[in-house]
Design a protein around this ligand. Structure first.
Ligand code: HAM
Length: 427
């Protein structure tokens, strides 16, 4: 027998309900991007490796452990993109986009690659949608990007969302904080996990984000106590804007994000899951990255952005039983018996032609399961053609809300159904 293949570990096919949800997310992202003035951006799948080692940071998990990097036949070191912010900043510099009216605002919806240990909600190829605003910034831009994502999630039916927020300080105040933190970590290194024992000197901030090192945080110094006046002012303004916009947020002094380019305000979106047993995960996150352009060879450019994990958003849409409009037929046709099947097939075409959204499950023979499918799909009317009705040239109309049924003649049925749909819309 020839070998059968499976997709690579951590890389998954997108089809069926997941594809439909993906399309819905894309549609809502596109619509909102337009409203908020973001333009589409397609970046290459691979970049010069240094875009990430310098941009995201040599000592981050992404660069140290998770990149798909290789040498090309021409001898170049390249990496599959693990994220989109550094490539967009590379493009901003390469194309001299600082000469355009600022800020330049881009959005993307694309797959990314990280060699992580596959587990629930964590893949090696995953999709993100993201927004980046580069060239002119300030707290109001951060707040607007947060409200934009919040609105998108709400529109997608992912409602119980909270924003965890922190300020990581700028180069000056963070430098001071790092010194204090390093000292504290050195003194308490017996409480650190093996990874953090290595991180504590090279990347001490990441220790604060470690899920294993909980104890160490109890007495750890907090960056908010070390912010300079301008960072403190900036942070206060972002929080005031969020209050004004009624966006629920929680201050999280240990939120540091896993990428080195951040400075100032950072945040993550968390969903409060209904099932408390399910692990809670960040749907996405972002923040200010004014220093990234400089890391990539340009100068400091005010910049801010966010990226959301599409699989994670889709998972929550599924959990919240979000019904997609396109999936929700106005009418469902159920049938029983060969003659009924024939009549149902013809009726299906007639209804479609007259612009009615209609669904069926002709492969199923049990009436009970067809009606339960109609119910699950959210149809407002089910047409039932059983053996008897097929012979009589009639059909049963079942109102799915009230359960009331009425037999009508096949001739003139389309007109009758249209009228019922019209009436239901007025209710
Ligand atoms: P990030 O926090 O690394 O940020 O990723 C954002 C989101 O992408 C995560 O919260 C998660 O939902 C999703 N994600 C990340 N890794 C995986 C994975 N292995 N499997 C499934 N989903 C994943 C960034 O990427 C920054 N570029 C965000 C940003 C944009 N900051 C400023 N602008």
């Amino acid at each position: 027998m020839p070998k059968k293949f499976q997709s690579l570990s951590g890389m998954h096919d997108v089809f069926g309900y997941q594809f439909d949800y993906f399309e819905r997310v894309r549609e809502v992202v596109l619509k909102n991007a337009k409203i908020y003035g973001f333009h589409g951006f397609e970046m290459p799948i691979a970049e010069n490796k240094e875009v990430f080692t310098r941009g995201v940071g040599k000592h981050t998990d992404i660069v140290e452990k998770e990149m798909y990097s290789f040498k090309t036949k021409g001898g170049d070191d390249i990496s599959l993109r693990p994220e989109g912010t550094a490539p967009i900043m590379r493009a901003y510099i390469e194309h001299g986009l600082y000469t355009r009216p600022q800020p330049v605002k881009f959005f993307y919806f694309a797959p990314f690659f990280r060699y992580e240990r596959p587990q629930a909600g964590r893949y090696r190829q995953f999709w993100q949608f993201g927004f980046e605003s580069i060239g002119k910034g300030g707290p109001v831009v951060d707040a607007q990007i947060i409200v934009l994502v919040y609105n998108i999630l709400k529109e997608l039916g992912v409602c119980d969302v909270v924003v965890e927020i922190n300020n990581m300080g700028d180069d000056v105040c963070r430098g001071e904080f790092k010194k204090v933190l390093k000292k504290y970590l050195k003194k308490n290194s017996s409480f650190l996990c093996e990874d953090c024992k290595k991180r504590k000197d090279k990347n001490p901030l990441r220790v604060l984000d470690c899920k294993k090192c909980v104890k160490i945080k109890e007495e750890a110094p907090q960056i908010v106590d070390y912010l300079c006046d301008s960072c403190e002012e900036d942070f206060k303004s972002v929080l005031e804007f969020l209050e004004e916009l009624k966006i629920p947020y929680d201050l999280n002094p240990f939120l540091v994000r896993g990428l080195d380019y951040y400075m100032g305000t950072v945040y993550e979106f968390f969903a409060r899951r209904k099932d408390e047993e399910s692990p809670s995960f960040a749907l996405g996150g972002g923040g200010r990255y004014d220093g990234l352009a400089e890391l990539l060879g340009d100068e400091v450019r005010p910049a801010t952005g966010v990226a959301m994990g599409v699989e994670r958003v889709v998972e929550l849409m599924r959990e919240n039983k979000v019904i997609l409009e396109s999936e929700k037929p106005q009418v469902f046709i159920a049938q029983l018996g060969e003659l009924a099947k024939k009549k149902a097939l013809v009726l299906f075409e007639e209804l479609k032609k007259s612009g009615i959204s209609v669904s069926e499950s002709f492969g199923q023979d049990s009436l009970k399961s067809q009606i339960s499918r109609a119910d699950k799909m959210g149809a407002f009317l089910t047409i039932i053609i059983g053996k008897e009705e097929a012979v009589e040239d009639r059909m049963i109309l079942r109102d799915m809300d009230s359960g009331e049924q009425e037999k009508i003649k096949t001739s003139g049925a389309v007109k009758e159904i249209k009228e019922r749909i019209k009436k239901s819309k007025k209710k």
